[in-house]
Ligand binder design. Sequence first.
Ligand SMILES: Cc1cc2nc3c(=O)[nH]c(=O)nc-3n(C[C@H](O)[C@H](O)[C@H](O)COP(=O)(O)OP(=O)(O)OC[C@H]3O[C@@H](n4cnc5c(N)ncnc54)[C@H](O)[C@@H]3O)c2cc1C
Length: 452
Amino acid sequence: MEKFDVIVVGAGTAGCLAAKTLAEKGLKTCLVENKNKELIGDKICGDALGEHHLKTLGLEKPKGGELETRIEGIRIFSPNEETVFTIAHEDFVGYLLNRKLFGQWLLRKAIDEGVTLLDSTKFLNPVIREGFISGVIIKDSDGLRVKLESEAVVDASGFLGMVRRKLPEAMNIEQIIENDDVEACYREVRQLKQETENTKYCDIYLNQKVTPGGYTWIFPKPGAQVNVGLGVCMSKKFPNPKTQLYNHILNRPMFKESTLLTGGAWFDPTRRPLDNMVGNGVVITGDAASLVNPIHGGGIGPSMLSGFYAGNVISEALEQGKPTQAALWNYNKLYMSSYGKKQASLDIFRLFLIKSSDSDLNYGMHCKLLTEDDILKAGLGDEFHLNISEKAKRVFRGIKRMRFLNKLRVTIKMMRELQTHYDTYPKTPEKFDEWRLETKALIKDARSKLID
Ligand SMILES: Cc1cc2nc3c(=O)[nH]c(=O)nc-3n(C[C@H](O)[C@H](O)[C@H](O)COP(=O)(O)OP(=O)(O)OC[C@H]3O[C@@H](n4cnc5c(N)ncnc54)[C@H](O)[C@@H]3O)c2cc1C
């Protein structure tokens, strides 16, 4: 039986970064992936990536066609499309990726560092010994059940969290992600008859009738192609996203005589990060840990960041001895104090958006209750205050929408409170239960004020 230092399950963006980082540290690393090698990177996605994510990770810009279109920022359209917020700032500059080439580029980086790739190989179960994850059971490319041993396992299996779901309860890692915290998405890449007038911005359309609790995107690709899709919150009786796209979006003039190049549906977990993402011998990364921006659903950046942190923390833990939950705890701390606290506060803003009516959003954007600058600050995780002008207050009083305005005020206050709470994320597991109780209380309070 072959033995590795670390086994990474899933060769997506999280898994490749984790494997690459582990191998760079000299660890014998195995990457287990269900797909055939040639298909790695081929993912149903909006394909947008902020440039700052590459900078944060010290990754150079790939030059082999992985970055297809340079994006100057995003445009957000109000439900009636009369108001457009244009957010052009260096932190919103990015690229539309050739997703498959980008995935292959990341994979190559891992393999070049010495990672062993087992493709066409399915993870079945974790090996659990005395409360430790000490390997995996796989179905190999010949269909045989095989046991692989390791000191630690990384779950980078994406939304389904294949390892996470099978961990012992004592590890205190959430196994179930509520439907209310997931977007069901459908997206297509389409060839247009002619180039769109917009080749620089990622366009986002808010509309509760078309995309309850979500949004539609139309992102430009080269050669008169677009990546177009939408997501809806999977709460209660939600509409079929493909039907919504066909009935409400693809009937726009720009899609006249367009052709389908590729299409498909998948899920995006748009909530705060799992409260705890480590156990004895195991670290959960990327979508498997719900590490996605709750507002725009972008998860490529945070998944790579989590893979990078996982690689570093596991290597430090192994240097010092056994990768116990306590030894791996710094992974939680690192993620929560960087992207996690912003993600959690944006989860509150998501709750606010879910229950806002189209007319509230139309008025709110028209009267600039929130400005482009506020959205930019929220997107960057900076603190912002609500500067409601007297004029806006008069308008909202006049149209009897003070409730909406007050809800916005409450939302921003709760976003700040949650960020402050995340600054106190415990340094060791001992204080975790106490911290989690407080987190749950804050989220429950937000839900009761904004949703129920
Ligand atoms: C429609 C849609 C649009 C999106 N648009 C964007 C966007 O524009 N920008 C952005 O940043 N993010 C976007 N996201 C989110 C982004 O795609 C994810 O957050 C990101 O890909 C997560 O990476 P990951 O490595 O965690 O998971 P994944 O990329 O899902 O990788 C998981 C890997 O694990 C493998 N695997 C699963 N089960 C097993 C098993 N049992 N055994 C072995 N291998 C297994 C899978 O085959 C896969 O290769 C979008 C998501 C969706 C659904």
